[in-house]
Write a protein that binds this ligand. Structure first.
Ligand SMILES: Nc1ncnc2c1ncn2[C@@H]1O[C@H](COP(=O)(O)OP(=O)(O)OP(=O)(O)O)[C@@H](O)[C@H]1O
Ligand SMILES: [Mg+2]
Length: 248
């Protein structure tokens, strides 16, 4: 496919959204910027955008095969994902299988406590308000989603969790938690957007419990890019690696 990168519509903290010649499609460019703490901590990690785009592509493909509607159309080249243009719902849907991060700071859970069934948490995606956790009533009152849509979002999220958790288990990776975003497509369907990568998920090695995600950056530890490459090398198959010329 020959898609031209058009005008920049939105520049986020780690990705850019570009127009294409089709009003229903955008190109999402995964950049090398990495941020934490509401953007307070910033750095550039060489090739992070490249790896996050191929990791996200793999997860979106697995989810599409399982019947989940996603933004994914094609990875034009590493870093550049041709996607369905969505009107994003300003909610961060967080699914938790094992207690970590802010859940431990805010509630008296035990470290590494397992949740069966998983916990689904919703944060209002708004930097000005520092992404507060909200509930269904607040989300509906804010007016960007209906109660029925929240039910659908919950169902799709549980499916995404079980599909990816099983896949990752087969690759020796635990899936403590992850954050996803949904939007409406031009027909009003709820579609999974954004990304699924070590920036937006916690991944731990199943044997050693070593951290393989952005937490390394949050904590100022070394080996961040190595961890992202480890995730890519485990989740990608040989065909993907050959296609993107990856010696990992
Ligand atoms: N398919 C899509 N169509 C339109 N916009 C999208 C789509 N997928 C994601 N987006 C939006 O694109 C932007 C991507 O930006 P990015 O993730 O870099 O930063 P951010 O969301 O502004 O900040 P952060 O995620 O770090 O809090 C987000 O606003 C996201 O909601
Ligand atoms: Mg984002």
């Amino acid at each position: 496919m020959n898609t031209e990168v058009g005008n920049l519509i939105y520049r986020g903290k780690a990705k850019d959204v570009y127009e294409t010649d089709d009003p229903e499609r955008v190109i999402i460019k995964f950049r090398d910027n990495i941020t934490a703490g509401d953007g307070a901590k910033k750095e550039n990690l060489k090739k992070k955008g490249f790896y996050n785009s191929i990791i996200s592509t793999k997860f979106f493909k697995i989810l599409e095969e399982a019947g989940v509607k996603t933004q994914y159309i094609e990875l034009i080249k590493p870093g550049y994902m041709l996607s369905r243009k969505l009107k994003m719902i300003p909610l961060e849907i967080i699914t938790r299988n094992i207690a970590a991060g802010s859940l431990l700071r805010n509630f008296p859970f035990e470290e590494k406590q397992e949740f069966k069934p998983p916990i689904i948490q919703m944060d209002y995606k708004n930097d000005e308000y520092h992404d507060p956790t909200l509930n269904d009533d607040i989300a509906v009152a804010l007016g960007f989603v209906t109660r029925e849509e929240l039910k659908i979002i919950r169902e799709i999220t549980l499916k995404i969790n079980s599909v990816l958790k099983d896949f990752l288990k087969s690759k020796g990776i635990l899936f403590p938690d992850f954050k996803i975003e949904f939007g409406h497509d031009s027909q009003g369907n709820i579609v999974l957007g954004d990304e699924i990568s070590p920036d937006s998920c916690r991944f731990w090695d199943s044997e050693t419990w070593d951290v393989l995600d952005k937490d390394l950056f949050r904590k100022g530890e070394s080996g961040v890019m190595e961890a992202y490459i480890t995730v890519a090398s485990r989740v990608l198959d040989d065909e993907d690696k050959k296609k993107w010329n990856l010696d990992i």
